[in-house]
Design a protein around this ligand. Structure first.
Ligand code: FAD
Length: 593
């Protein structure tokens, strides 16, 4: 049977040794996050994930959700009870604002907990994950009254939140949204239209569901500039916070889908539902982007989380499965064959997973730390840099970690041979579950376009140039460290390639936008590879200092060297491909395909 053990040691290494969170005690919430408290939260979170959520992962996959004739939706057996425990334990409150009843702890800590919950049961973790995104959007764009009305109950998880963007005719292109909002005399709006593929649109976990809905106010300008954001509760909420009558929003059907069966993916019908404007008229996308950015980092984390659980089970299988003898002669003399972990090609799959996962974890947490700096630092310059990094890195975290997360799950499945393809061992579920992460919250292709089209050029390229300068500083400060040389050389080379690719884009992307489009995915991968090389260099530096005290640090160095020698060379191929420009992609006539 599959297992999941939260990688607490690795998380502690990043928090305490590499990022030294104790040095940030001047930031709100960080002084309470002492190393002891962090360790305790990680341990408890790990236990909850592996003991309460992981056993429900297969149940959720097999049972899925069921819609009844009265439009109610039943989640898989065990989900409501696990959700109750999740809320009662206060897991969703960790990093939330104390004014809303939250504990105000650093977001980076909450990120680690989210990783665990998602590894253990991605379909389950999506319910509180989306609620957090909706909560953040309301906190960013809602009125004080809206914040007070919905904030505390969404922060605690007593009520859930959803995001309603997609309609049958529009996914990527939200300018095509048709859902209509008609102003009422009392200041509310009546919303009419259909949304599709809405995660957690209906469920039996919470007393109320707070839908954030994009719609077009009657007479609004065409396209994206005419979209407004509304809050539409499933049950009306009185001034005293009590639940009132049912709103005219209901689940019209559930999607049959490839994975995340435990998460209800709903068609949502708005039949004159009462909603209230969030923020300004026609400026809905601005607030929704707060939610989308939060959600995009969460989706990157999902890619990592599924890679982790798939890898753990692949490592177990590789130690147990006996097939063939080692190329260099028998290793398990007492057995009829050697465990497959002796074979270099099996090692390739395991090491590819491990080197990606550990680099990606550091990258995600480091990015989350910039989120904390953005919201909590008193230093304006630092805030500006953190904001620039969050904007620049969000598409990279989302798309690179999910592309590679899928590859890792595939490698873990491949390593299992036929056992991977059949369902008993449970590996194929991770491949099916992780697959959606490349699609929702903006497909990975759209993330790449966002990176090259918007994020690179913003403020005259300030974010990317700051990132390059930071890497240069790190290289400069560590160039004399002979033990670190392999990491510094790798980083230097990758950064030079990324800079080369950036210059190429700046010179060729503006003159022909198809060049930018054609280069975008390779550029994003080159960026991801370089970012992970920087993460590995930082981790290796600490591991070198601590080596000898614990084999953990030696393993870290071995894994980091693998990253530099066996994964980082992909940077060269991505640079070569992105420099071909659009011609090889666009040459064929559309009807010649
Ligand atoms: C399980 C599931 C859960 C979901 N949950 C939610 C949810 O909770 N809320 C919600 O609102 N939505 C949700 N979605 C919808 C999801 O966000 C969309 O599917 C996604 O944004 C892509 O839109 P689309 O499917 O219409 O694809 P399309 O927009 O039709 O795109 C099709 C293909 O064309 C490419 N493409 C499109 N435009 C361009 C372009 N300009 N340049 C380059 N390539 C382009 C895309 O990358 C993609 O490969 C969910 C979807 C699924 C399957």
């Amino acid at each position: 049977m599959p297992r999941y053990d939260a990688p607490v040691r690795d998380m502690q290494f990043i928090f305490h040794d590499v990022l030294s969170l104790q040095n940030y005690s001047n930031l709100e919430g960080f002084s309470e996050a002492t190393p002891d408290i962090i360790d305790q939260i990680l341990e408890e979170g790990g236990k909850f994930a592996s003991q309460a959520l992981f056993p429900l992962n297969k149940v959720g996959d097999e049972q899925g959700c069921v819609r009844h004739d009265d439009a109610s939706v039943k989640t898989p057996d065990g989900f409501p009870d696990a959700y109750r425990q999740f809320s009662e334990n206060g897991w969703s409150l960790l990093a939330k604002d104390p004014e809303m009843g939250g504990q105000g702890l650093p977001q980076i800590l909450s990120t680690a907990i989210s990783e665990m919950m998602s590894s253990a049961n991605m379909a389950f973790a999506m319910y509180p994950g989306l609620t957090s995104g909706a909560y953040e959007a309301l906190m960013a764009g809602g009125s004080d009254a809206q914040k007070q009305k919905y904030g505390p109950k969404m922060a605690s998880g007593e009520w859930a939140g959803t995001m309603n963007l997609t309609e049958p005719q529009c996914g990527t292109d939200l300018g095509l949204i048709k859902t209509k909002a008609v102003p009422q005399e009392d200041g509310s709006y009546k919303l009419t239209g259909q949304k599709i593929w809405i995660s957690g649109g209906e469920q039996d976990l919470t007393d109320n569901i707070i839908h954030l809905v994009l719609a077009r106010i009657e007479g609004a300008p065409e396209g994206i500039k005419g979209i407004s954001l509304f809050v539409v509760p499933k049950y009306m909420v009185g001034e005293d916070g009590a639940l009132g009558e049912r709103n005219a929003v209901s689940c019209g059907g559930l999607e049959e889908k490839m994975g995340i069966h435990g998460n209800a993916t709903c068609v949502m019908n708005y039949d004159g539902a009462t909603g209230w404007l969030v923020g300004e008229e026609h400026k809905g996308m601005r607030t929704m982007f707060v939610m989308m950015n939060e959600a995009r980092l969460g989706v990157g984390l999902q890619g990592l989380s599924q890679a982790e659980v798939a890898y753990q089970n692949a490592a177990d299988f590789a130690r147990e499965r006996l097939q063939s003898r080692s190329l260099t002669g028998p290793k398990a003399q007492d057995k009829p064959a050697d465990p497959i972990i002796v074979h270099p090609d099996v090692r390739r799959m395991l090491m590819d997973c491990k080197a990606f996962i550990e680099g990606a974890r550091m990258f995600t947490y480091w990015t989350a730390l910039h989120g904390d700096l953005l919201h909590r630092s008193p230093d304006e310059k630092l805030k500006e840099k953190a904001g620039d990094y969050m904007a620049l890195l969000t598409p990279v975290v989302k798309a690179y970690l999910t592309d590679r997360g899928l590859k890792a799950c595939n490698d873990a499945l491949q390593l299992h041979g036929g056992t991977g393809f059949t369902s008993e061992q449970g590996i194929e579920q991770y491949v099916r579950d992780v697959r959606i992460t490349l699609i929702y919250e903006g497909t990975n292709g759209i993330q790449a376009l966002d990176l090259v089209g918007r994020k690179l050029a913003a403020n005259g390229g300030r974010a990317v140039f700051t990132f390059f300068a930071e890497i240069d500083d790190f290289i400069g400060a560590n160039e004399d460290n002979e033990d670190l040389a392999v990491f510094i050389e790798g980083l230097k080379d990758a950064k030079a390639k990324l800079q080369d690719g950036t210059t190429w884009l700046m010179q060729n992307g503006m003159s022909d936008f198809n060049n930018a489009g054609a280069a975008s995915t390779d550029y994003l991968h080159l960026f991801g590879l370089t970012a992970l090389a920087y993460m590995w260099a930082q981790m290796a530096k600490v591991a070198l200092e601590k080596r000898g005290s614990d084999p953990f640090y030696d393993d870290k160095l071995v894994t980091g060297r693998y990253y530099v020698s066996r994964i980082l060379p992909e940077a060269g191929a991505h640079l070569a491909k992105l420099k071909t420009g659009a011609e090889p992609l666009m040459a064929l006539e559309a009807d010649h395909f």
